[in-house]
Each structure stands twice: as structure tokens, then as C-alpha cells.
Design a protein around this ligand. Structure first.
Ligand code: SAM
Ligand code: SF4
Ligand code: SF4
Length: 349
């Protein structure tokens, strides 16, 4: 696309809306594909043994490259940035990257998702570097189930230490993510609710999704968010909060003033119509959907010496052709055998 042919919106700064009219507003950057956990719904141990071929350091985007891409995305309208992985805290020197990204003009929200294992050491340096918010994954308040949900690698005491460190560093209120699998950790939902009620932190239950190709997803393992709302409401009465159009979570409030709680019902109540999110893998591929089977190679463009303007035009072009709405078409696509999705640990959810 030549500069003259670029759509008006792009010439003025933002990317044109995609084929379904959705704007580009947020970017998730996976900084590493490795992880110190083996959660069964994401990187089951049997599929990722110790000798698994993860990206080598030179295949990953360098901090300069990540910063350049992030700046281009912000120039195209992105206002929210989230660092993820694999486990982002495994990326050496992460606070340096955070410091570079935190000062990008136009960025309004800058967050990170982590399993927390390394947070006690890194919470303060990340805060000092300009990170605004932290989401910590915690699938159970029971030590044994927690261990099982981390593939035998994580300890409940570790995530509790992470939460305490994040609070001390000034990240409260936190978001706490819990993926619910029927028959595995759903029995522990009340315990988890009890742990966070009254703390100010927002616990969010996420429906188990059919991401990737190896997590053995089955529809009967999904616990619909509506079912959880009914169960929680029976013990601690809830009332709905108005929907925030920028959020994927449906929010409810405890009637007794115990705070708020969220449900990300991506399977039973898909939200593709409002999906404004792009995802960048650690090796520089741009994915326009969590369930895409292939990404667009931005690293190749960077390493070929393309200018920022050329990068902008490519990203805007990719976005303008985007028609993804996998979750709305899940049943139909699965029935048709469309099962090749990028693995979650590559693009970080
Ligand atoms: N390692 C970090 C963590 O676990 O917080 C960041 C990356 S992880 C892929 C990001 C989020 O995706 C986590 O909250 C995790 O629970 C969620 N996730 C992973 N696999 C999932 C699945 N199959 N269904 C729903 N959520 C999933
Ligand atoms: Fe690792 Fe996060 Fe995936 Fe668990 S969900 S295996 S912590 S990347
Ligand atoms: Fe967005 Fe794809 Fe998820 Fe739909 S399925 S909400 S398009 S990432």
C-alpha cells in the first residue's frame, strides 16, 4: 500500500477498523515462550518435557525490537499494553524493558500477567520501572490442588508471597485469574472467593478454553460462568455491575460490600464483537486472534530494515483485513475440523 492509498484514518494516526468494524486498542506482548509451570490447560508436562525446543535467545525479539513495535502500535491507536508469556518474569532484564515501554507517549494502561513464582524478587523493580498493574494467576487456595494445577511446579505459599510482594510494591488492587476445570479445581471455588472477599483484589474466573492443540480440551470440562455465579450467589448474594465495554470480564458485586468479582465467559458468552486486541509472540509474530493458526512475521520486516512507516502500513493492512471471531463460531469450526490453534504459551492469553 502506498502512502497515498492509505485509508484516511491511518494517515491521521490510527489503524483503520478491521473487517468487522473493530478498532485496534490493545496489544499483548509475549516476552518469552518458556515457563516454570506446566499448567495442564496450557502446557501439559507430557507435551512439554525438559528437552522441548523452545525459542533460542536470538529468535526472540530483542528489547529494541519490542520497543519499536510497541511504539508503532501506540502510534496506530493502541492504548493498553500487557506483557505476558510463557512466564514473563523468566525474561532476563524485564524491568529494563518495562522502563522503555512505560514512557511511550499515548500509552494509558501498562500491565503484566504472571504466575507469581518470581514476583517476590521482581515486584519492586517492576513498579519502580513504571509498570502500572499486575495480574496474578492462582487456580486454587488449596495447596494440593494448586500444585496439581501448576503441573507439580508451583506452591501455594509461593503465590501468596507474590501477592504480598505485589501489595507492598504498590500494585494493589490486583487482578487474580483462576481458570476453572470441572472435576479438577471447581470444587475449590468457594475457598478462593473467601480468600479474596474484602481484600479489594478482583478475583476473575476464566472458562477453560480450547487454546492450542495439546491441552485435551473437552466441552464438558468447561464450567460456565453463569453456573459459578449461581453457586457463589447462593452463599454470598451478588448483584451485577454495569458492563465495561473495554473489559472482557462480566463483573458482579457482593451485596454485603465484600467487593467485586469477574467472570470471563469466553466459551459460553463469546465477546468477539468487541475484541480490539492484537497479540505479539516472543519471536515477533502478530496474531489477530487467540485461536489463529498462523501469525504475521513482523520480526522479518524489522530485521530486513523496514522503516517505521512501512511497519505501520503492514500492521494497519493486517488489521484492516481481520475477520476473526473464533469463539462465536467455535462449534461450527470444531465440527469442520479447524483445530490448529497457536499454543497459549506462545502468545500469552
Ligand atoms: N504465565 C503467566 C500466567 O500464567 O499468568 C502468563 C501467561 S498465561 C498463558 C496467561 C493467562 O492465560 C493465565 O491467567 C492462564 O491461566 C490463562 N490460560 C492459559 N491457558 C488457558 C486455557 N486453556 N483456558 C483459559 N485460560 C488459560
Ligand atoms: Fe505457564 Fe502461565 Fe501457561 Fe501456566 S498458564 S503453563 S504459568 S504460561
Ligand atoms: Fe478475539 Fe479471537 Fe477471542 Fe474472538 S476468539 S474474542 S476474535 S481473540
Amino acid at each position: 500500500m502506498t502512502r497515498r492509498e492509505a485509508p484516511l484514518a491511518m494517515q491521521q494516526g490510527t489503524a483503520p477498523p478491521d473487517a468487522l468494524g473493530r478498532t485496534l486498542a490493545d496489544l499483548r506482548i509475549s516476552v518469552i515462550d518458556r515457563c516454570n509451570f506446566r499448567c495442564p490447560y496450557c502446557m501439559p508436562e507430557e507435551a512439554y518435557p525438559a528437552d522441548h525446543a523452545f525459542l533460542r535467545a536470538r529468535e526472540r525479539l530483542e528489547f529494541d525490537e519490542i520497543e519499536r513495535i510497541a511504539r508503532v502500535f501506540v502510534s496506530l491507536g493502541v492504548r493498553k499494553l500487557r506483557l505476558t508469556g510463557g512466564e514473563p518474569l523468566l525474561r532476563r532484564g524485564l524491568p529494563d524493558l518495562v522502563a522503555r515501554l512505560a514512557v511511550i507517549e499515548g500509552l494509558e494502561d501498562f500491565a503484566l500477567t504472571t504466575n507469581g513464582a518470581l514476583l517476590p524478587r521482581l515486584a519492586q523493580p517492576l513498579r519502580d520501572a513504571g509498570l502500572q498493574r499486575v495480574t496474578i494467576s492462582m487456580d486454587s487456595a488449596d495447596a494440593e490442588i494448586f500444585r496439581r494445577m501448576s503441573g507439580g511446579r508451583g506452591e501455594l505459599a509461593g503465590v501468596e508471597a507474590a501477592i504480598a510482594a505485589a501489595e507492598r510494591a504498590g500494585f494493589a488492587p490486583l487482578k487474580i485469574n483462576c481458570v476453572v476445570m470441572r472435576g479438577v479445581n471447581d470444587g475449590g471455588v468457594p475457598e478462593l472467593v473467601e480468600r479474596f472477599r474484602g481484600t479489594g483484589h478482583i478475583l476473575r474466573f476464566i472458562e477453560y478454553m480450547d487454546v492450542g492443540t495439546v491441552n485435551g480440551w473437552r466441552n464438558d470440562r468447561v464450567v460456565p460462568g453463569a453456573e459459578l455465579v449461581r453457586r457463589i450467589d447462593a452463599r454470598w448474594p451478588l448483584e451485577p455491575l454495569p458492563r465495561n465495554p473495554a473489559s472482557t470480564a462480566r463483573r458482579w458485586r457482593f451485596r454485603d460490600g465484600g467487593g467485586a468479582i469477574g467472570f470471563i465467559n469466553s466459551v459460553t458468552e463469546p465477546f468477539c464483537g468487541g475484541c480490539t486486541r492484537a497479540r505479539l509472540s516472543a519471536d515477533g509474530k502478530l496474531y489477530t486472534c487467540l485461536f489463529a493458526h498462523a501469525g504475521h512475521d513482523l520480526r522479518a520486516l524489522l530485521r530486513a530494515g523496514e522503516s517505521d512507516a512501512a511497519l505501520r502500513a503492514s500492521i494497519a493492512g493486517i488489521w484492516s483485513h481481520r475477520g476473526d471471531r473464533y469463539s462465536e463460531r467455535r462449534a461450527e469450526l470444531r465440527a469442520a475440523g479447524v483445530l490448529e490453534h497457536v499454543e497459549m504459551y506462545r502468545i500469552g492469553g
